[in-house]
Design a protein around this ligand. Structure first.
Ligand SMILES: [Zn+2]
Length: 318
């Protein structure tokens, strides 16, 4: 499962770092590649609405409508909107984030690319916005849903600062006889019906089976068109992970990733964007060709609306 959209012709992405370097020697090569991804289905002029197979190339960054000559930039209205970071740096970041097994932190990216921490951090945040736009299809089949807490005092660490616990909703497709399909996650203020039901509706296709525990916050799931299977905690007091083994497993992978790759340095303001990156990675864990995932991330980055540095600074409004 790579994308709802069929991937482009094979061979138009690098499949290893050597090829990556050959593909993108300079900003012009990057800009041409983005133009190819952005206007694959043709160029619709925002000014005169003329539809052309492709825009005219004016300079490294600038393209123009063949009919009215109005100029446009390949990065305007994308996650690269108004960036001052060279495209070659962006491409390196996108390459590392998609090819490193567990991704990488802003700190590691700063060292790898030799850019300022702030630049690395902003690139990662903006790329995460492109990642979420991929996850539009709703889960189906058998879907386990539960809540988990993230954060809180680190083992052996001090309480107080950084000890805020965040509640995360997790939905995961359960495959029989074993295994998982895709996941979805959402950071919510509490586990009330007001947050649980919209999450179920947004991420699970009606008609699917929804598996939850007996928490009253899930009352109303059946009314929304799902086959609701509740496992009620027995008086013997089974531990929660026995009730929802799928969610329990995903939650422990998520916690390990946050503590490992990101050293636990995830604040509640930005938690959702980390959840999006985890989801993106998890849902593509079986995709053998990382180059294809790289191409696909760039494609998401240019086909959707603009994301600026200001948009991500205080925590992106998901
Ligand atoms: Zn035009």
């Amino acid at each position: 499962m790579v994308s709802a959209k069929a991937p482009g012709p094979q061979g138009d992405f690098p499949s290893n770092y050597r090829e990556f370097v050959r593909f993108f020697p300079d900003d012009e090569a990057c800009s041409r590649y983005l133009a190819g991804l952005r206007w694959q289905a043709g160029f619709l002029c925002p000014a005169c609405k003329h539809l052309a197979p492709r825009p005219l190339r004016e300079s490294r960054e600038r393209f123009a409508c063949p009919a009215c000559q109005r100029q446009t930039s390949v990065t305007a209205g994308t996650v690269f909107d108004k960036t001052r970071t060279p495209l070659t740096t962006w491409f390196e970041a996108a390459w590392h984030v998609t090819t490193a097994k567990n991704g990488l932190s802003a700190k590691t990216l700063e060292r790898t690319l030799g850019v300022r921490y702030r630049v690395a951090w902003v690139m990662l945040q903006r790329l995460r916005v492109a990642m979420v736009r991929a996850e539009r299809e709703r889960l189906s089949g058998e879907v386990e849903i539960d809540e988990t807490f993230l954060g809180g005092p680190k083992p052996g660490g001090k309480r107080g600062r950084g000890a805020i616990k965040s509640l995360v909703l997790i939905a995961v497709e359960i495959k029989r006889p074993k295994g998982f399909g895709r996941v979805r996650m959402r950071h919510v203020p509490d586990a009330s019906t007001a947050h649980l039901l919209p999450f179920v509706s947004d991420v699970v296709l009606p008609g699917s089976s929804v598996l939850t525990d007996g928490w009253k916050g899930y009352n109303g799931v059946a009314k929304r068109g799902y086959a609701h299977h509740r496992t009620i905690l027995s008086s013997s007091g089974d531990p929660a992970h026995v009730l929802m083994p799928g969610v329990h497993r995903i939650a422990s992978l998520l916690k390990r990733w946050v503590l490992g790759t990101h050293q636990g340095s995830v604040t509640p303001d930005h938690l959702q964007s980390y959840l999006e990156e985890f989801t993106f990675r998890f849902n593509r864990r079986t995709s053998r060709n990382r180059g294809l995932v790289f191409r696909w991330l760039l494609e998401q980055a240019v086909v959707s609306g603009p994301v600026t540095e200001d948009d991500v600074t205080g925590g992106y409004d998901w």
